[in-house]
Design a protein around this ligand. Sequence first.
Ligand code: TUI
Length: 304
Amino acid sequence: MFGIRYPVFLGGMAHVSRAPLVAAVSEAGGLGILASGGLRPEELEREIAEVRRRTNRPFGVNLMLMDPSAPDHAAVAARARVAAVTTGAGNPGKYMDPLKGAGIKVFPVIPAVALAVRMEKLGADGIIAEGMEAGGHIGTVTTMALVPQVVDAVRIPVVAAGGIADGRGMAAALALGAEGVQMGTRFLASEEAPVHPSYKQAVVKAGDRDTIVTGQTLGRPVRCLLNKLTKTLAQYEQEGRSPDEFEALAVGGLRRAVYDGDLDTGSLMAGQIAGLIREVLPVREIMERMVAECRTLLGRDLGF
Ligand code: TUI
């Protein structure tokens, strides 16, 4: 579908999946996905130009549908005729026709079977099925349970996301019927990610139980590394404090994590697989190690 060497997508992480990381993933044989969340439309345009300056390979744009600028981001992506658009945190229905009309493949990220079926009916070209072990905004079903159920419910290709960081995870996803994988946390802890070193080191240091989901009571569950901010947010929820009080602490948290490396008041979004990540590596090494391990494990011709 994309002419890429390996079926590996970069998760469209706001402020993280920017030009240097996107180009590195596409250059390494995967599909880089540029995050539009938090960008002004003209900034997204510049980022697309910067990716194209760095690589001739295909890449995509992620639309964060809760972003007030999402309609403008969609228009920019359509005009730029990027290879793919992935969407998250909402229903991309109204963007489907304009994007497909521009020749763009649309892959909604979904956390549940019913949504996947709806997206296929709306004309999605593929589905990214994301389990609740993922970082950031999540649903309630695990990757292990979600992926085979989505695979059985739709006819379009399924990409597995959430809890994957090496060749074992990739092999497991393919065994569940996925055609490929999407990874966020693993690529955040890469040399090319334009992320404060303290945030990367926090991922490297994290163990299996070092993430927490906050915002559930507000209907907006988000998984982050445990720190002073997320412990306080969890306490606020237990005490039944107002959404305004919660928001006052959370607002700007991702920027504080990514740009300032603020480990206390930053929102260090990361998946549960952070516990598996032991070092910051170059993107090419992450990719080559993973694909080699996956091939060895499955021991059959995978077509890549
Ligand atoms: O979107 C993500 N992960 C994200 S978005 C994000 S930015 C953010 N920051 C602070 C608070 C909230 C968000 C950080 N991480 N992953 C894909 C994803 N999409 N997970 C869940 C969904 C989803 C949820 C509901 C997709 C569709 C959906 O549809 C609802 C409906 O019925 O329309």
